[in-house]
Every structure is written in C-alpha cells, then in structure tokens.
Design a protein around this ligand. Structure first.
Ligand SMILES: [Zn+2]
Length: 422
C-alpha cells in the first residue's frame, strides 16, 4: 500500500484518497512538550522562529485544549490514540489501584488500553516512526508496533543503543549527525528528536511520524529568557527543515507551563495531607505527576487525586479543600470522570486542582525542593490546558471551522492527515 492508505483507530478514520493519488506525502505530528503559546510568541517576537511565524501567517495557527490532568503521559497517550484518557486509560504516571489499595506506577505500555494511530497505520501498510526524548514514553507510544524496518521507535535517552532489530534503524546518532546521545536534562534531548525526525523524512524511512520532545527547558526557564528563546530557535530550525523536505506538519503540545511561585519569589506549594487529615486521618493523596525525572518539578504540579477512608468523608474533605487558599476546583469521582474524561477505575474519590501560580504537594517531607534551585515552574491543572495547534499549510474549509471550535490536542493526527490541504 502507499502512504495514503486509509486506516481506522479508536473509531476515527485516517487517510485521504487525494493524497494517495498524488503519490503520498510524509505526515509529521509534533508534540512540543510544555509549549505554552507564550514560548512560541516570545521566540516569534524576537525573530527567532521564522518558520512558526510563517505558518501562522499562512492561517495555520489555532489553539487547542489538552486533556486533564495536563501532564505529559496522559496527553501523549491521547495524541497517539486520538482519544481521551477514558478510552486509553492513562490518567497520570501514578494511580491508586482501587481493588488492591496499592499505589501503582502507570508509566509503562501495559496500562495503555487503546491501539495507537501509528500501530494501526502500520497494519494498513504505512511506514511509521515514533521518536521521543524519554524512553519510558517511547515504550508507551510504541505499544503494538512491531518494531523493525518500516516501524521505527527511538528515544533520545537510548539513541546510542539503536539497532534495526530493537529500533527499526541502525545508529540513530549517526543518522541525525549527533556524536553522542543527548543528555536528558538538556534542550538537546528535544532538538535531537526533531533532527532525527528530519533525517527519517530525508532518507524516506517513514511516511507517518510522531515526534515528542521533553520540557526540561520550560520547567527551568520563562518564555522570555534567553535560554528559552534559543531553544525555540533550534526547534524552529528543524521544523523549517521538515517543511523544506515537503512534510505535512501538525504541531501541538501536551500542556502549558506556569511559574508556581509566590509574589515574594518562593515556590508556592499547598501541602494537602496535613489539611485533609484534619477531617479524615485515613485519607491518601496521590500526585499523578510523580515520575523518575524529579529535576524537572520535584513531583509538584497543579493536580492531585484524593482517596478518602470512607464515603462519608467525601463531603467534609471536599469542603475543607475548597476553604484552602490556592485550591480552585475539587471534583468528586463522577464529575471528574464526566468533565475530565478520566478513566473511572483509575480515578480517586476526588480530584483537586490549584491555581495558576499554585502547586500541590503531599507533605513537606514528601518533596525534595533542593533540586529546584528556588524556582518552581510546572503544570497539571486547568491553567496549563490551552496549547498551540499549528500547521504548515492551510486546512480545508471544514477543518478550519473545526479548528476554530475548541479542538482538542488529541485531534492533531486527524487534522494533519485529514484536514491539511496538500
Ligand atoms: Zn510534558
């Protein structure tokens, strides 16, 4: 089959007859981790993102809503399946298993309940590639992909170990022109993802590609800082290269990013356990942001899940939380599942969101703030929901209307494959 082959994934159809008859194009979907619009605007304003500026001036820039919680894995899982967490099951990096009562790490592929778009595209005969910065995420996003020639799967973190058997390509470093694997706590880890993506297009190794970066720079730098501008300039450069190579490009983000700081310049953290245990000593707080990459955020974000010790504690705990400065929203289980499209069996008795500049933690001893260097920039809540949705070419009239009517970031494959006018 050709690159225009149609396929179905999670009740949506992808692929267009006109592209097949035109000989097919490479379609590239990019998730720029942690890219609040402010980052792109700051780089554009300084003339450092000419390609993104051009795409915007062509009418290809919109805004989309991420899924809650606005963390990396739920949103990447949503983008790669084209479906919300209620369908694919990944609502965070951590959840409390309601049947066993055990805290369970959810950052592995076994927890993904839905087939991915690349896996279904591969089944339909397309040649696909998934490139991520973090290897844990690569494993989730490559679920169901029979990795080998025509089904590439690479992470920056393990780029030095690539073989055709385990990654679908030999020597990803050489292909991308990198002398060594990029350091995961660096901008390089992300630039590498796009650089390798461009090399894959140039060598015609795949025709449907997902590229997902990491947000180390955004956690450490505000949009107008030089380090952030330089980082976006490098990303823009590679996006420009993909464009020059003729790829159809769709860009979104998994979440935004905000400073979680007091006006006095201290990390602004509401520790939930001491507050909740005033009314329910047996309650448990789960922070689904928790992952092994603690340098980014010390497990502090704007979203928490609470499990109470008995059903009669739900109301008093909720009321106590809503009286806490900095807490903006407390949704009980049914509302959380309905409003946030959360997976019911992996969602607690209530979910808690904090304000734009406020993070939630468990207890002071549960977080090592020394890694933060006094600066806490993070995400997870409502204020990191709005993200860019950008295409390098115009959309059809139908998809332009859809893009103007509150699209989701996980619609990006649909827009890129079905909506962009080739
Ligand atoms: Zn992220």
């Amino acid at each position: 089959m050709t690159s225009g082959a149609r396929f179905e994934a999670n009740s949506r159809w992808y692929g267009r007859e006109d592209r097949r008859s035109a000989g097919g194009r490479t379609e590239v979907v990019i998730c720029l981790d942690g890219s609040a619009d402010e980052y792109i605007d700051a780089a554009i304003a300084r003339g450092r993102a000419p390609n993104l500026m051009r795409f915007a001036s062509l009418g290809g820039r919109f805004r989309a809503r991420a899924v809650m919680p606005t963390f990396t894995n739920p949103n990447n899982a949503s983008i790669i399946t084209g479906a919300p967490p209620s369908v694919h099951g990944i609502g965070g990096n951590y959840f409390l298993d309601r049947s066993s009562g055990r805290e369970t790490m959810m950052n592995s592929a076994e927890f993904l309940r839905a087939p991915t778009i690349p896996a279904k595209a591969r089944d339909a005969g397309r040649r696909v590639a998934v490139v991520t910065a973090k290897d844990k995420l690569r494993a989730i996003l490559s679920k169901g992909l029979d990795v080998g020639p025509g089904a590439i799967s690479v992470s920056s973190e393990r780029a030095h170990e690539c073989t055709e058997a385990n990654s679908g390509i030999d020597d990803a470093l050489k292909l991308s022109g990198y002398p060594a694997k990029p350091e995961i706590y660096s901008g390089d880890a992300s630039v590498f993802v796009l650089t390798l993506g461009a090399a894959i297009v140039r060598e015609q190794l795949a025709d449907l590609i997902y590229l997902s970066t990491t947000d180390y720079i955004q956690h450490k730098h505000a949009p107008d800082e030089t380090a952030a501008i330089e980082f976006y300039a490098r990303l823009d450069d590679q996006i420009g290269e993909l464009d020059r190579l003729g790829a159809i490009i769709g860009i979104t983000a998994d979440h935004g990013m905000n400073a979680k700081m007091t006006p006095e310049g201290e990390p602004y953290i509401v520790y939930l356990e001491p507050i909740i245990r005033e009314v329910d000593p047996g309650a448990r707080v789960i922070l689904p942001i928790t992952d092994p990459y603690v340098v980014h955020h010390a497990s502090l974000g704007s979203f928490a899940v609470v499990h109470v010790s008995s059903p009669d504690k739900v109301s008093p705990v909720r009321e106590r939380l809503l009286r806490t400065p900095g807490i903006t929203e407390v949704l009980e289980h049914p509302q959380a599942c309905a409003a946030l499209q959360a997976p019911p069996d992996r969602t607690g008795d209530m979910v808690v969101c904090s304000g734009r500049s406020v993070a939630v933690g468990t207890s002071p001893k549960g977080h090592d703030l020394s890694k933060l260097d006094g600066l806490l920039r993070s995400h997870g809540g409502r204020y990191e929901e709005m993200v860019p949705l950008i295409f390098n070419r115009p959309l059809s009239d139908q998809y332009t209307r859809l893009a103007q009517c509150d699209p989701r970031n996980y619609d990006v494959f649909d827009f890129t494959i079905n909506g962009v006018v080739a």
